[in-house]
Write a new protein. Structure first.
Length: 269
């Protein structure tokens, strides 16, 4: 019986200890009414925030969970974003974040015992898409000698392609249709301090059979270039341009079609 009492006493102590540990949960920041911690589900815990000054941004309000409740905020770069305490909601203390200038800051939210959680805030001037060239190839229509591609490459060597490592920057006019139209910046070698400026837009084109399809048109330096574009889910993009009209007369057999394909790495910044 004495051993049985000892066992129950041990369980009571264990229960009290675990209860205290639950009351002092590690600190976390969250969006919404209350934090979601379930494993295997989409939770609402937050450790990073990104803003773009070119877009209208409302303030972000985050809740604080864990610690002893005696919270303090340390903002590494107050010029980048303001972080202030706001009204409690549903029993949780809240902080309000407002972007101010381009840059990055680390915000530490601490309690009275020194327990802390961190929030990384990144503020950029604008949202943009970057297409970095990874390689290229020529293709010729079936039935035409592939050996002609060497001559095509030599004849078009001076055409103003973006070099490997060069890139396009696309700044959409409307982010609900981000690939539709916007500002185009061109860095032909990737080392330029100032880009070539132009526009990109999606234009309808009618083929010989009367069918209409959409092409991407890049306009810069008074030149217009038309591309078909293929974007894959792994961040790859291929731009294909019909370069047959730019080949010297007599180089290609009648009816032959030559396409120049450029492979790009696509990323949003």
């Amino acid at each position: 019986m004495k051993k049985l009492y000892s066992f129950f006493a041990f369980m009571v102590v264990l229960f009290i200890a675990s209860g205290c540990q639950d009351d002092y949960r590690s600190m976390a920041l969250f969006e919404g009414v209350e934090p979601i911690y379930q494993i295997g589900t989409c939770n609402n815990l937050v450790s990073n925030l990104s803003y773009y000054l070119s877009e209208t941004n409302e303030d972000t309000v985050l809740g604080i969970d864990g610690g002893d409740g005696s919270y303090n905020v340390i903002n590494e770069h107050e010029s980048v974003a303001s972080v202030t305490f706001t009204d409690d909601v549903n029993g949780y203390q809240r902080i309000k974040i407002h972007p101010l200038a381009e840059g990055e800051t680390i915000v530490k939210v601490m309690d009275g015992s020194g327990e802390e959680t961190q929030l990384r805030i990144t503020v950029k001037g604008r949202r943009q898409y970057t297409l970095t060239k990874m390689g290229f190839e020529y293709g010729i229509s079936s039935g035409a000698p592939t050996e002609l591609l060497g001559d095509v490459s030599k004849e078009l060597a001076e055409r103003p392609w973006v070099k490997d490592g060069g890139y396009y920057v696309l700044v959409p006019e409307d982010f609900s249709n981000s690939m539709w139209k916007g500002i185009l910046e061109i860095y032909p070698t990737g080392k330029e301090e100032e880009p070539l400026m132009g526009i990109y837009e999606t234009v309808p084109v009618e083929d010989e059979s009367g069918d209409t399809y959409a092409l991407w048109q890049f306009t810069y330096n008074g030149e217009k270039r038309l591309f078909t574009r293929t974007v894959s889910g792994n961040g790859k993009c291929v731009l294909a341009e019909n370069v047959t009209p730019f080949c010297p007369f007599g180089l290609l057999p009648e009816g032959a079609l030559v396409v120049y394909r450029e492979m790009f790495l696509l990323r949003m910044e």
